[in-house]
Design a protein around this ligand. Structure first.
Ligand SMILES: CC(C)(COP(=O)(O)OP(=O)(O)OC[C@H]1O[C@@H](n2cnc3c(N)ncnc32)[C@H](O)[C@@H]1OP(=O)(O)O)[C@@H](O)C(=O)NCCC(=O)NCCS
Length: 304
């Protein structure tokens, strides 16, 4: 595939600088990239449309469930409405089904024309992708300290402790944060740990912009520690506002509300899923991922 044309398509459609070097880098670090990682429609020797696919393990009530996750759905504006994206999506579904994969996930906005494409293809809303906001207050330094340097092994251990009884997007490779950085379209520039004495009790992955911190994931094996970690971040006095990016239904969100986040009741963002076998209703899929029992896990760094 012509890497320069792929780069131009991604800049035109998303403003995403997906250079050939970056594609090579992503494929090198992300073990979730299958050989059909990106599918292209080419006409007149020009790349007109793209659909990307990763495959990853999730945990459902019945065991490990390998699923597909669609990324980078894009068509050149001058070639829109010719059925390219739809055909590429169908091709992606065929490849996933050929591997015995049942579910294909994707994140989108209900305000985008793509939402209608996905509905037409049989995708259903699984849950909403929302944001919460908290205005920081001056806080005394408490028992919990924040350190903006934390070893990846501590993060891996904290996440595995936190997720051991949960379902959903909990099967992460050890180099997960490196993988997420490689994708670059949802960047983070702050990874830090929370410590009670010497003991790590949680970590945060966030992007910062001046006095605003956008929390992509803040994880504590003991959910009641979330409040203490938020207070520790506030006591740093670096931030005026905290924005929380979250997946509704994911475990622990109520702890953020208890620590003062106003979770907005509306959003355009949506996580959709298609059952490629058409065997399960959306309620059955939600149940198998533990939504009812409040055992589902997904944060914004799990999104592709
Ligand atoms: C979304 C996008 C990839 C669609 O590409 P496309 O090749 O034009 O899509 P298709 O021709 O396969 O359209 C299939 C169906 O999607 C829906 N659709 C596509 N474009 C639409 C539009 N402008 N308005 C309403 N529905 C539309 C229609 O149901 C269409 O079927 P129809 O033409 O028979 O009515 C393209 O608009 C795009 O690149 N958008 C910008 C990037 C983006 O938002 N990507 C999705 C991120 S989640």
């Amino acid at each position: 595939m012509d890497g320069q044309q792929v780069l131009e398509l991604n800049i035109k459609c998303f403003g995403w600088f997906l250079s050939p070097d970056q594609v090579k880098f992503i494929r090198g670090v992300d073990s979730r990239a299958p050989d059909y990682f990106a599918l292209y429609a080419v006409e007149d020797e020009t790349v007109q449309s793209q659909v990307g696919v990763v495959t990853l393990d999730t945990q459902s009530a019945s065991g490990v469930e390998k699923v597909g996750y669609i990324w980078g759905v894009a068509t050149r504006p001058s070639f829109a409405r010719k059925g390219y994206a739809k055909k590429l999506m169908e091709k992606a579904h065929e490849r996933l089904s050929a591997e015995g994969i049942r579910y294909s996930f994707l994140g989108t906005g209900k305000s985008l024309v793509a939402y209608h494409l996905y509905q037409k293809l049989g995708y259903k809303d699984l849950t909403l992708l929302k944001r919460g906001l908290k205005r920081c207050k001056a806080q005394e330094q408490g028992d919990i300290s924040f350190n903006s340097k934390i070893n990846n092994e501590i993060i891996v251990d904290l996440f595995s402790e936190y997720s051991k009884n949960l379902f959903g997007f909990i099967k992460r490779p050890k180099n997960f944060l490196e993988v997420r950085k490689a994708w670059s379209w949802m960047p983070y520039d702050l990874v830090g740990g929370f410590f009670e004495g010497e003991t790590p009790i949680g970590y945060v992955v966030a992007s910062t912009e001046g006095k605003v911190i956008k929390i992509r994931e803040l994880c504590c094996p003991k959910i009641e520690d979330i409040n203490k970690c938020i207070t520790a971040l506030e006591s740093e006095s670096r931030f005026e506002y905290m924005v929380l990016e979250c997946v509704i239904g994911s475990y622990g969100i109520s702890a953020f509300m208890e620590s003062g986040f106003n979770l907005f009741d509306e959003s355009w963002g949506v996580l959709m899923v298609k059952d490629l076998t058409q065997g399960n209703t959306i309620e059955e899929i939600r149940n198998s991922y533990g939504f009812e029992e409040m055992k589902f896990h997904m944060t914004s760094i799990d999104e592709y």
